[in-house]
Design a protein around this ligand. Structure first.
Ligand code: SF4
Length: 376
C-alpha cells in the first residue's frame, strides 16, 4: 500500500525485491526468474535495483492473478502454535478477540464487494478486486485447517465479508456438521436480517465488527457507506439478539464534520449502547490516504490537500485543510472517554455534552431515535 512509488535505492541494500499486492503471481514469476527460466524484464509487480544505473525500477509484466478459488489452503505447518503469546492490550471485548489467543485466519472472498467508501483504499487490488469462491470449497479449506492445526477457531479477515457468501458458508457448515467458532468484519447492511443473523450464530459466529464510522446520515452519505444510522441500529440489534458480540468502528474528523455533527454522533452511539445494539467500539481519527476517493478527488469532499514533499520511500497519508477548522484532537479525547465508559455500562444516562471539556451544542438527535428505529 505504502511503497507503490518506491524510489529509494538504499532499500535494496537490505532487500533484493519488493513486490506489490497479492503475492502468488509475483512470487511465482520471481521463482522462475531465479531458476533462470524467466528474464528480469518479465517479472510481475516487482521493484528491483538496476545493477547498471543503481536506480530503482518497477517491472510489471501484466499477467492475471491467481483466482481466489485456486490460491489453495493456508498452512501453518511446522509452526509452534501452542506457543502463541496472548496479549490483552486494551479493555475492549473486540480487541481482546484480536490478540488474546490464536485464531486460524482465512478469507471468505478476495477484496470488498462494496468498494465504494470514500475513505477506503478502494483503488487498490486488496479492496477493489472482488473475487469469491463456492461455499463447498471454503468449508474444504476450513476442514483441512482444522485437521492440520487441531484448532477450530476462525477469524475471517475479509475487509467486509459478503452476506450472500456468509449465508452459503453457514448452510454448508451446518450441512456437514463442522463445528467451529468464527468472527469477522461485515458491513451493517440490510440483508443481515434477524433470520440470517440467527443462521450465522447457529453456524458458530460469535462476533462481528462493522463500520458505523461517523454516526451521521449526512456524512454516511458523503462517505458512500451505503448504510444509515437506523439501518445500523436494526442490523446490530439482530446480531445481538442472536447472541453475537457487535463491535462498531467509529470515526471522527471526516471532511466537513462539524462540532455539532460530532456531538450528534456521540448521542447516536450512546443510544446504540443503551439499546443493547453494540457492546464494543473504537473511535479512529479519519486519515486521508492517497489511494482513497477523498485523497484522489478532495474537492468533492470540500477539502484541499497539503502538497507532499518529494517522496522516495513510503507514501500513504496526506494532510488536508478542512474549512470547518474544527479541533478534532480535542473532541477525540471526549469521544474516547465516553466510549470507554459506555463499554463498561457507565454514563449511559449522562448528557453527552458532559464528556466534552468545552461547551458544545445540544445534540439534534431525538432522545429515543434508536429505540424508535427498533420499533420499541
Ligand atoms: S470501508 Fe469496508 S465496506 Fe467500505 S469499501 Fe472499504 S472494505 Fe468495503
Amino acid at each position: 500500500t505504502e511503497l507503490r512509488e518506491l524510489a529509494e535505492p538504499r532499500v535494496f541494500d537490505h532487500f533484493d525485491y519488493v513486490t506489490l499486492d497479492d503475492g502468488e503471481r509475483p512470487l511465482l514469476a520471481l521463482l522462475e526468474h531465479l531458476q533462470g527460466r524467466r528474464g528480469r524484464s518479465r517479472l510481475v509487480r516487482t521493484f528491483v535495483r538496476d545493477p547498471d544505473t543503481g536506480q530503482v525500477r518497477y517491472i510489471n509484466l501484466a499477467e492475471p492473478d491467481v483466482p481466489f478459488a485456486q490460491v489453495g489452503t493456508p498452512t501453518w505447518d511446522g509452526l509452534p502454535l501452542d506457543r502463541y503469546l496472548s496479549v490483552l492490550d486494551m479493555l475492549n471485548p473486540m480487541h481482546r478477540l484480536w490478540s488474546d489467543g490464536r485464531w486460524n485466519k482465512l478469507t471468505v472472498a478476495h477484496g470488498c464487494y462494496w468498494k465504494k467508501c470514500s475513505f477506503c483504499d478502494v483503488s487498490l487490488d486488496y479492496i477493489g478486486r472482488y473475487d469469491g469462491a463456492a461455499a463447498g470449497l471454503l468449508v474444504d479449506r476450513i476442514e483441512a485447517i482444522i485437521a492440520e492445526t487441531g484448532q477450530t477457531g476462525f477469524h475471517f479477515v475479509d475487509e467486509a465479508a459478503p452476506p450472500k457468501a456468509l449465508r452459503a458458508l453457514a448452510e454448508e457448515l451446518l450441512r456437514r456438521g463442522v463445528a467451529i467458532s468464527w468472527w469477522g468484519n461485515i458491513r451493517f447492511e440490510k440483508s443481515f436480517s434477524p433470520e440470517l443473523c440467527q443462521l450465522l450464530a447457529d453456524s458458530g459466529c460469535i462476533a462481528v465488527s462493522g463500520g458505523l464510522e461517523v454516526a451521521s446520515d449526512r456524512l454516511l452519505q458523503l462517505m458512500k457507506k451505503g448504510v444509515s444510522v437506523e439501518q445500523v441500529a436494526r442490523v446490530t440489534h439482530a446480531f445481538t439478539a442472536a447472541g453475537v458480540l457487535v463491535h462498531a468502528y467509529l470515526m471522527y474528523g471526516f471532511p466537513t464534520q462539524t462540532v455539532h455533527d460530532t456531538v450528534d454522533a456521540l448521542e447516536y452511539v450512546r443510544q446504540l449502547f443503551e439499546a443493547g445494539c453494540i457492546q464494543s467500539g473504537f473511535f479512529h481519527r479519519f486519515a486521508c490516504t492517497v489511494h482513497s476517493p477523498v485523497g484522489r478527488n478532495p474537492e468533492e469532499f470540500g477539502v484541499t490537500l497539503v502538497a507532499l514533499p518529494e517522496i522516495t520511500f513510503a507514501k500513504n497519508d496526506v494532510g488536508f485543510i478542512d474549512p470547518t477548522g474544527v479541533d478534532h484532537d480535542r473532541l477525540g479525547k471526549a469521544l474516547n472517554k465516553a466510549l470507554y465508559n459506555y463499554m463498561h455500562g457507565i454514563g449511559l444516562d449522562t448528557d453527552v455534552r458532559a464528556w466534552f471539556e468545552d461547551k458544545v451544542p445540544r445534540p439534534r438527535v431525538a432522545r429515543h431515535f434508536i429505540a424508535r428505529a427498533l420499533g420499541a
